[in-house]
Write a protein that binds this ligand. Structure first.
Ligand code: ADP
Ligand code: ADP
Length: 226
């Protein structure tokens, strides 16, 4: 069953000649691990931000289950982003004044939800961050910071995790650790996962590879004809 679909999704930034994303159609199945590849500037981040409801398309639609994401009002959209989407970035995007634990539980805290202690302990253990709960991001290595970002992305059990070059700033060993954590979430918890990558080894681990070239998506699994 497709949980996330996009139909004729187009993004034209003002002042740009060509659309960054040009009539993209895709369907992502529950539990799938999809890689997005393509040259720099081809529209990969644009697509990811539209799928996560972080940016708005010029035209076209995104549905999560039967929710038409861009018909939500601002309040509903904020809740959608917090509960249904886990975003992971190349440069972690942690809040520097919050501790490791506070960064991880932030999406739950914003929802007024307390993460059960045993659940939090298990997550910290899986991430190898148990002895770092009170540390600030500035006191951590890049690999550790990305593990915090993974915890934050997973804490609300989102329908989909979207990662934009999650290993792009890490060495080979840390990259493999980060991918192992994401893949474990995918295989053990059925976490649906979309990862932008330049790394052919990572793309080779995915169930499916989608390619974007000059804003044109191929391999979306939905040719747009209904
Ligand atoms: P990728 O992630 O594949 O490197 P992006 O989605 O970041 O590609 O960018 C696609 C195109 O859109 C590029 O030409 C880029 O310069 C342009 N672009 C991205 N973000 C903006 C923006 N906020 N305003 C204007 N143009 C943008
Ligand atoms: P968890 O998986 O942590 O129990 P939820 O209780 O939010 O999280 O969701 C239970 C299951 O239902 C999950 O597999 C989730 O992906 C799925 N789900 C979440 N939101 C919806 C929805 N709007 N419609 C159908 N299924 C959903």
């Amino acid at each position: 069953m497709a949980i996330l679909t996009a139909q004729e999704l187009t993004k034209q930034y003002s002042g740009e000649e060509q659309p960054a994303l040009n009539h993209a159609n895709l369907a992502i199945e529950a539990g799938e691990f999809v890689a997005i590849v393509g040259p720099s500037g081809s529209g990969k981040s644009t697509l990811l931000h539209l799928l996560g409801g972080v940016d708005k398309p010029t035209s076209g639609t995104v549905h999560l289950y039967d929710t038409n994401v861009f018909e939500l009002n601002e309040t509903q959209l904020a809740i959608f982003r917090r509960r249904q989407v886990g975003l992971i970035y190349q440069f972690y995007n942690l809040l520097p004044v919050l501790t490791v634990q506070e960064n991880i539980t932030l999406p739950a805290d914003l929802d007024g939800r307390k993460v059960p202690a045993d659940e939090l302990a298990e997550l910290l253990e899986i991430l190898g961050l148990t002895d770092k709960v009170q540390s600030l991001p500035s006191e951590l290595s890049g690999g550790q910071q990305q593990r915090v970002a993974i915890g934050r992305a997973l804490v609300n059990h989102p329908a989909i995790v979207l990662a934009d070059e999650p290993t792009g700033n890490l060495d080979k060993r840390n990259s493999q650790e980060i991918m192992d954590l994401l893949r474990a979430a995918n295989t053990k918890r059925g976490q649906t996962l979309v990862v932008i990558t330049h790394d052919p080894e990572i793309a080779a681990q995915a169930d499916r590879v989608m390619t974007i070239t000059d804003g044109r998506l191929t391999g979306g699994g939905d040719d747009g004809h209904h």
